[in-house]
Ligand binder design. Structure first.
Ligand code: ATP
Ligand code: MG
Length: 401
């Protein structure tokens, strides 16, 4: 099969051609070739070559060693950067995650053999001709996720591949080929050898997939979930999760929904669950706040001060999440509250510490922080206009200064 070389591939052609002109083989490989065959937008193109790292470096003016021990050199050209990796094989794996050694080879097929799934094991040359040694094109047509080679061996080499398989099922709406699925069922426990950070990346991509029902189904029927942090008894939660009415848009929504379905309500408990999953602090913060909003909205409408404190962005997102869990939302009320907020943040408050210290004729202290917080609340609840004099008068009347 041949596809037209366009966009990112076209930009990267000079890299492939420079390698070829020097007598080496060079191809586009990995996710970008899969995506172009699926008619999807292509973002990062990866290049594989028979040239060894030192040979790659000699051919290009600007390169950066990004993972030279794995054979990866970054080539900088026309303001773009391209990862160029030497064809390689991986020798025995003793810890279910990392090869004991990497060997550079001159054969494309050897390189493609070590890749995880048939749909990720294509190569495409400078003319758009697809090399397909493992019937990946057929699997793409049939909507099948299949390991390259013997699934059992491949998952023993690197157990993360099992998560990748269900992640692609969820992103593409494909189903797992029987032997591949069976090998996951048998080897799911090997996931325990994999760093949580790597599992997390695949879990989030799965949860954000357009076909979460397919992905989640495979994730729980294969028992993979039992070897993920804090998920031993998550079956019911995951079933509910898999039935959400439309795809999830953001990582923090994934976590907020998961926490909700798991019945975790307390913010501290939620945060420690997410820390266990090695979620970033910012995302922990946002997800637990979303969770608080969801529970609050179970039985009460919001007021303007809460919209301000939680930020309009999270309030709006929480209203959206209520629909995912089939609870009544009130987006028009949320919009009304958001649009009529007198200020969006404390920076817009028309009063500052200096003015208040002058008014009270006192130095700063605890009183000052409290006065500003009260002014902020009063402005938001529209007890007073956001004007310096009005705020000062209101604070004085209420004995805050
Ligand atoms: P995405 O679109 O999410 O980036 P991708 O397939 O490009 O998906 P990457 O993690 O960027 O995924 O990996 C690039 C390529 O490297 C894959 O297409 C696959 O050929 C190979 N690969 C990645 N991870 C593994 C793995 N654990 N085992 C074997 N091959 C892998
Ligand atoms: Mg990629």
């Amino acid at each position: 099969m041949k596809v037209p070389i366009k966009g990112e591939f076209k930009d990267a052609l000079p890299v492939i051609e420079t390698l070829q002109d020097a007598g080496f083989e060079a191809y586009f490989v990995g996710g970008s070739v899969r995506d172009v065959l699926l008619g999807k937008e292509v973002n990062d193109v990866d290049i594989a070559t028979s040239a060894f790292p030192e040979e790659i470096k000699r051919l290009f003016k600007k390169t950066v060693d990004v993972g030279i021990e794995h054979g990866t050199v970054m080539v900088l050209m026309d303001g773009e950067s391209y990862e160029v990796t030497t064809f390689r094989t991986e020798s025995t794996y003793q810890d279910y995650r990392r090869p004991d050694s990497v060997t550079f080879v001159r054969s494309l097929k050897e390189d493609l053999k070590r890749r995880d799934l048939t749909i990720n094991a294509f190569a495409m040359d400078n003319e758009g001709l697809i090399q397909d040694f493992f019937d990946g094109e057929k699997d793409l047509r049939d909507h099948v996720i299949r390991a390259v080679g013997k699934p059992e061996e491949r998952f023993n080499e690197d157990a993360l591949r099992m998560m990748r398989a269900v992640r692609f099922a969820s992103q593409l709406g494909f189903h797992l080929e029987a032997d591949t699925y069976y090998a996951i069922v048998v080897n799911a426990h090997l996931l325990e050898n994999i760093a949580v950070e790597r599992i997390q990346v695949e879990f989030v991509k799965m949860a954000l997939g357009d076909y979460i029902l397919q992905g989640m189904e495979a994730f729980f029927t294969s028992n993979l979930f039992k070897f993920c942090p804090g998920m031993k008894h998550a079956e019911v939660a995951l079933r509910r999760f898999s039935l959400i009415p439309r795809p999830i848009k953001k990582e923090r929504h994934v976590w907020a929904l998961l926490l909700y379905f798991l019945g975790i309500r307390d913010s501290k408990e939620a945060a420690s669950f997410l820390r266990y999953w090695k979620v970033s602090n910012q995302t922990i913060n946002d997800s637990t706040r979303l969770l608080e909003l969801i529970y609050y909205r179970h039985h009460r409408p919001l007021n303007q001060y809460q919209v301000y404190l939680y930020t309009p962005e999270l309030v709006w997102e929480a209203e959206d999440l209520l629909e995912y869990i089939q609870l009544p939302s009130d987006k028009s009320h949320a919009i009304k509250l958001i649009q009529s907020l007198p200020i969006q943040s404390r920076k817009e408050l028309n009063i500052d510490g200096k003015r208040l210290m002058e008014e009270k004729d006192a130095r700063g202290g605890k009183w000052l922080g409290e006065a500003i917080a009260m002014a902020e609340k009063a402005v938001i609840l529209k007890a007073v206009k956001n004007e310096s004099d009005s705020i000062v008068n209101w604070l004085r009347k209420n004995k805050y200064i």
